[in-house]
Design a protein around this ligand. Structure first.
Ligand code: MG
Length: 376
């Protein structure tokens, strides 16, 4: 079970149509995958979320410390990487490298025991997930409100039961967009908004009060992730649940969010917050604070599959027989790396994703596509 090789791959794709959110424009997709191979030839895939070149550098940094170790000892390996990075990068992109390696180890473990990752995490307690569509970014500004309403109606047509849109444009425009999208999807679909921390406290409060009437299921990253107390002040002043956590790392970052009562919904990204090993600890911590968990996900099917197994394993919170079906982020924007590089048998139908029962993460890599998008 000894680790023989750890190989990171940086992949890049130029988008046909650039899109925008409150902070900057996306015109390319760049990700870092990692393949870990054991001495007996067993291999697994992981993915890091964040700047791909830096994640690759992080993986290269950890490689000499964990090569030769027993791949089944994921906590021992995690601890080694944590201690090696503690003094320089206990928060941030170093932890995305830890995450990528950790996810690959869980994929390997599943293949060795011929079991899905969700089972190895302790059991698939939620077989069914209602993923939410992430889309409705800003694009060409002519007729944007109508374009957003049309896009929202398409997600409804595709069967989604939940939908998240971007805000952070300016408050007046945001209100117009949210109103148009709610009208387009009707009352029976959940709608969330995400500002990617574009607003000041005052602006976020003004927006949340103005959109409360549109039945918003959560307001994500309303203000800077540094302002833990501001999040709490906002929570106290609006009926809309507050979500955040995609910029937090490890259980320590989430501890700050929980201790400050900053959020209602925690959104760890499995591929940056410390992998499945640390995400499971974060889930336990969240439970002690009675917080819901909805993972952030922005990558290929390696990342999505890791999130699906994680959500499949989550405890019901609160515990009751007919609690809500859990959700996770399902990015619907253009991404050839997601759609071409990873082979999977996950099918989204009638608003439902089923947790796969194939061994490991349940994914394989298309080597031709990997070669096509590889940054050489
Ligand atoms: Mg977000």
């Amino acid at each position: 079970m000894k680790i023989k090789e750890i190989k990171p791959y940086v992949l890049k794709d130029q988008l046909d149509k650039p899109f925008y959110f409150s902070q900057w424009q996306y015109d390319t997709r760049k990700i870092c995958l990692v393949k870990i191979t054991l001495e007996d030839g067993t291999y697994g895939w992981g993915e890091g979320y964040g700047p791909a070149d830096l994640i690759k550098a992080g993986i290269d940094f950890f490689t000499p410390f964990i090569t030769g170790k027993n791949a089944l000892e994921h906590e021992t390996i995690w601890q080694e990487m944590y201690l090696r990075s503690l003094d320089y990068g206990r928060s941030g992109v170093f932890q995305a490298a830890v995450s990528a390696i950790d996810v690959a180890l869980w994929d390997i473990k599943g293949k060795i025991f011929n079991q899905p990752v969700g089972t190895l995490l302790g059991g698939i307690k939620n077989e069914i997930i209602h993923p939410y569509a992430t889309g409705l970014y800003f694009g060409e500004f002519d007729n944007l409100t109508q374009k957003l309403a049309d896009e929202a109606a398409e997600y409804k047509e595709q069967g989604f039961k939940l939908l998240k849109m971007k805000v952070g444009h300016d408050i007046k425009t945001d209100i117009k967009h949210v109103s148009a999208v709610r009208k387009a999807i009707g009352d029976d679909m959940k709608l969330m908004v995400d500002a990617n921390h574009a607003y000041s406290f005052k602006e976020a409060l003004q927006l949340s009060r103005a959109i409360e009437e549109f039945d918003i299921s959560w307001f994500e990253e309303p203000i800077s992730p540094e302002d833990y107390v501001g999040y709490k002040r906002l929570r106290d002043k609006t009926d809309i649940p507050i979500a955040g956590g995609e910029c937090e790392y490890l259980k320590y970052g989430f501890k700050r969010l929980f201790e400050n009562e900053s959020i209602d919904i925690a959104q760890p990204d499995i591929c940056s917050t410390g992998g499945l090993t640390e995400a499971k600890r974060i889930a336990t911590l969240a439970q002690t604070y009675s917080k819901d968990i909805v993972p952030h996900s922005w990558g290929t099917w390696v990342a999505i599959s890791a999130a699906i197994h994680f959500v499949g394993n989550l405890d019901k919170n609160p515990g009751r027989m007919f609690s809500e079906i859990p959700t996770l982020e399902f990015d619907r924007t253009e991404n050839a790396l997601r759609d071409e590089v990873v082979i999977h048998n996950l099918h989204f139908k009638d608003g439902v994703l089923k947790v796969p029962t194939t061994p490991g993460l349940g994914i394989e890599i298309n080597n031709d596509a990997l070669e096509k998008y590889l940054v050489k």
